[in-house]
Design a protein around this ligand. Structure first.
Ligand SMILES: [Zn+2]
Length: 302
């Protein structure tokens, strides 16, 4: 459902874009992809945006409620955001998890291909580890539903067995410390949502897409009714100068950067161009079954 709404939004955006005004836009990034791949690209970028926003919401809950964090906060918050998405009880959030496991794989491949030095001092785990930890919680909750993601990562059978326990432990500890903060009334915390305009022409379509996808409203909807957060938290989408997302405790603000939507869309579009069937080929060979992509959701639709 989400996907078709997004596709309508995307079709609208592409129709509105004046090709001479915007140099390298979303339209250029998607050129040569089949219609299905365009849908998958938008959904993939959207799913990853949701995961990043929930990761920042994890930092928000830790800082607003002064929750105890044993071990590295980044790992803890990845676990928390995965649990929040798993427990949210809608397909769109499960798809977001599958997309973000693929997102970590893509970013690991991108940095390996660029022969970047692995930044071992970074507070975040390495991208592949983040994917493994997430997928373990996912199959720990529902082995059948997420088996394809685990297979794609070649998660060993032995580890899968332990994942049930890992998921249950993580669930009990996180929802245990959060319990005193759960709302038991019908009220909702009041957040301030802002989509700032993008100045960079390359980002304008992405800024529109982030707004159309209502990612901030989705986060607000889920979190504001669940926990007794004080009013006034800001949820902001903006041009930041880098593909990232942040929680600022001082400002009480979650920021999602348009560059991150662009990064994920470009990365998956590149993947499709290098590994998939092009729009030209699709036209010529309508009857031929589609290629099997490594990525979970693309495979699921075959
Ligand atoms: Zn973080």
């Amino acid at each position: 459902m989400r996907r078709s709404l997004l596709q309508i939004a995307l079709a609208g955006l592409l129709a509105l874009s004046a090709p001479n005004v915007r140099a390298e836009t979303l339209e250029d990034d998607l050129k040569g992809l089949t219609e299905e791949q365009i849908g998958d690209t938008v959904e993939f970028a959207f799913g990853n945006a949701l995961f990043f926003l929930f990761h920042e919401a994890g930092h928000m809950l830790v800082s607003e409620f002064d929750l105890p964090v044993l071990g590295r906060e980044e790992d803890a918050v990845d676990t928390l955001s995965t649990l929040l998405l798993l427990e949210a009880g809608a397909d769109v959030f499960e798809t977001a998890l599958i997309d973000s496991v693929d997102g970590w794989t893509l970013s690991a491949e991108a940095s390996e291909a660029a022969e970047h030095e692995q930044i071992l001092w970074d507070a975040h785990g390495l991208d592949r580890q983040r994917a493994f930890n997430m997928v373990c919680l996912m199959v720990g909750k529902d082995a059948e539903k997420f088996t394809e993601s685990a297979d794609d990562l070649e998660l060993p059978a032995g580890r899968r067995q332990e994942c049930v326990n890992e998921y249950q432990k993580a669930h009990a500890s996180w929802f245990g410390v959060l319990k005193p903060h759960v709302r038991n009334d019908d009220q909702k915390s009041k957040f301030t949502i802002t989509y700032k305009p993008a100045k960079n022409n390359d980002l304008k379509d992405y800024a529109d897409l982030v707004k159309e996808a209502q990612v901030l409203e989705i986060l607000q909807e889920l979190v504001s009714g669940l926990y007794k957060l004080d009013d006034g938290i800001k949820l902001t989408a903006a041009e930041c100068g880098e593909p990232n997302a942040y929680w600022s405790a001082g400002e009480r603000e979650v920021t999602y950067c348009y560059e991150l939507m662009q990064w994920h869309a470009q990365a998956i579009a590149r993947y499709f161009k290098e590994n998939g069937e092009s729009a030209e080929e699709e036209k010529q060979e309508e009857t031929k079954p589609g290629l099997k992509f490594v990525f979970g959701k693309a495979t699921a639709r075959q």
